[in-house]
Ligand binder design. Structure first.
Ligand code: MLT
Length: 261
């Protein structure tokens, strides 16, 4: 528990972006993945509030944020840069959030103090992955986002994930609109390969991955980390793709250590 006054979380709106925040100190921005919202990071907002001003936005169209006219990794990165404004942030990003973070680094490096990339990759979609995205978009258009819960629970969480992680994942998926899901699927399918961007990262960088992540497995994370100058890589035992809710204490401890560097 944090003592009263040290920790505060309030849902707020800046421009078209809604967010929760905690703590004080240097700014850290937490970027969620697909098809989630800022609640992915609630444990980290609490655990790191004594060393950072932690801010977790809902990406455009997700959670309570307004949608963008066009959702691409670039337009979302631009909206995060506008959200950060004249400050610099430690950017902590998971999966699709990582795709956005690499676009942010490429387009607005001046707002990035450090990069923590969780369960993500730099490459573009394969043709098979694009077909899978089209099928998922068709499913959501017909049956709604609730129809994703069962399959995504299997795909995103380790088999031993606890009931709390499962409940939190289902709540986030069910709260996401079909429009946001479809826009994100199209954007991810069309995103650029940013492998060549990795070698340009000259701020402190950490790569974190669940040992049981089958979407962006540890081999992919290690390969990505080797391309980033001086990046560290940590493999989190027992966790799948959603490390912040599957292994919240491990993720918070690793970020605390990274921020102290
Ligand atoms: C995510 O967790 O953001 C997605 O699984 C990323 C993806 O589907 O490529």
């Amino acid at each position: 528990m944090v003592s009263e006054g040290q920790y505060r979380v309030v849902m707020q709106i800046r421009g078209s972006i809604s967010f929760e925040e905690s703590g004080s100190g240097p700014l850290a921005v937490f970027v969620h993945g697909y098809p989630l919202d800022h609640r992915l990071w609630l444990d980290q907002l609490e655990a790191l509030s004594d060393i950072r001003h932690c801010v977790a936005p809902d990406l455009p169209g997700f959670g309570s944020s307004q949608p963008l006219g066009m959702f691409t990794m670039e337009t979302v990165a631009d909206s995060i840069a506008a959200f950060v404004g004249n400050e610099q942030a430690d950017v902590v990003a998971l999966s699709m959030g990582g795709y956005v973070a690499l676009a942010l680094w490429e387009r607005h490096p001046e707002v990035v103090r450090s990069l923590a990339l969780l369960d993500t990759k730099a490459g573009a979609d394969t043709p098979e992955a694009r077909e899978g995205r089209s099928a998922q978009a068709a499913q959501v258009a017909e049956q709604g986002t609730g129809s994703l819960v069962e399959g995504m629970t299997r795909a995103l969480l380790a088999p031993q994930a606890g009931g709390d992680a499962k409940r939190r994942l289902a709540e986030m998926i069910e709260a996401t609109t079909p429009q946001a899901v479809i826009a994100a699927l199209q954007a991810m399918a069309g995103r650029r390969d940013r492998t060549e961007v990795l070698s340009t990262i000259d701020v402190p960088a950490a790569v974190l991955v669940g040992a049981l992540d089958t979407l962006t497995p540890p081999t992919v994370a290690v390969e990505m980390a080797t391309r980033i100058p001086n990046a560290t890589v940590s493999v989190i035992p027992g966790a799948g793709h959603l490390t912040p809710i599957e292994a919240p204490d491990d993720v918070s401890a690793l970020l605390r250590h990274f921020f102290a560097r």
